[in-house]
Write a protein that binds this ligand. Sequence first.
Ligand SMILES: NC(=O)C1=CN([C@@H]2O[C@H](COP(=O)(O)OP(=O)(O)OC[C@H]3O[C@@H](n4cnc5c(N)ncnc54)[C@H](OP(=O)(O)O)[C@@H]3O)[C@@H](O)[C@H]2O)C=CC1
Ligand SMILES: CC(=O)N[C@@H](CCC(=O)OP(=O)(O)O)C(=O)O
Length: 348
Amino acid sequence: MSIKVAVTGATGYAGGEVLRLLLAHPEVEIGALTGASTAGTRFGQHQPHLLPLADRIVAETTPENLAGHDVVFLALPHGASGAVAAQLPDDVLVIDCGADHRLESAADWTTYYGSEHAGTWPYGLPELIVGEESRQREVLPGVRRIAVPGCNVTAVTLGLQPAVAAGIVESADLVAVLANGFSGAGKALKPHLLAAEGLGAASPYGVGGVHRHIPEILQNLRHAGADEATISFTPTLVPMARGILATATARLASHATSEVVRDAYDAVYADEPFVHVLPEGQWPTTAAAIGANTALIGVTVDDRAGRLVTVTAIDNLVKGTAGGAIQSMNLALGLPETTGLTTIGVAP
Ligand SMILES: NC(=O)C1=CN([C@@H]2O[C@H](COP(=O)(O)OP(=O)(O)OC[C@H]3O[C@@H](n4cnc5c(N)ncnc54)[C@H](OP(=O)(O)O)[C@@H]3O)[C@@H](O)[C@H]2O)C=CC1
Ligand SMILES: CC(=O)N[C@@H](CCC(=O)OP(=O)(O)O)C(=O)O
């Protein structure tokens, strides 16, 4: 099989990572690479690590340039995907790495993004619990539109959903604090991402219930079985290029011993190819997840505080974006879910 794939936003971080992984995918032929301000320039100037594509020319993001492909990845800024997707035929698989089509509630979209909602697409988190015995992967075969989750959302959802689904935590009392690498903010120049500002600092952002990933996390946890979930969510920019370390805690229900907790996590993730629950007392690091399509999860019970503690490490650009996107692409196209994806990281 040869699947012809176009990547929009190919000069950005998410688009570049989609391409890095697609270059190792045995069923894929890489077609158009499109951008905006860089259109007409040599691709190797922008993504020098993607050597096999270095002599390509970046095309403009137009329906004509995206025609003739089986799959189109959208790795565009928020708000740009809806208009591009609307110009693509229904039978093309369109995979949006951005936020435009993730939320089911138009009201949530307007509250957190402040613009008009582009619509809701099938959600690209195969491991998401969507009912007692079901996972989101069962929804994806044959779909032609996929909304890839936010990277922080992937980490927090995977860390909390087994406990929420098993009813062993109070989902109205969830707290998540994250350490986030710089690449999560994209390539475009922003003053707080200057080396002089960020290299020696850990800087919180989106504090106080305003971060746009909050409604998406709550949407997922509702699918996993939470009645009334609320979460206090605080990301922190730290000086690393890639990676997210998400520490999520929740008040334990009275019957939840550490054995009950561990059984719940093992039951949900034992057969997952890309989610790995570490043994008791072992904790993940971002370094162990970098380059791999894995979520590494540590879990324990803090008896004194009466709280479940989970720590999840992912590479924001792999399991948090491009790897998750390709995992969902495989499912949509009827390929083995793990095709072209690795669980082998690049630490240190
Ligand atoms: N970085 C990350 O860890 C993650 C990113 N995402 C999502 O992926 C998307 C892309 O993010 P990221 O790669 O970080 O951003 P970047 O700023 O690194 O890249 C943006 C890309 O979009 C292109 N672009 C900008 N405006 C337009 C437009 N109007 N039409 C067509 N192309 C345009 C740029 O082209 P040019 O260079 O030619 O101007 C560039 O290729 C965002 O929606 C982001 O939220 C999702 C999860 C994680
Ligand atoms: C460091 C940093 O700024 N990270 C971003 C990650 C956003 C992201 O990648 O997700 P979206 O696709 O929803 O934009 C943030 O926390 O907002």
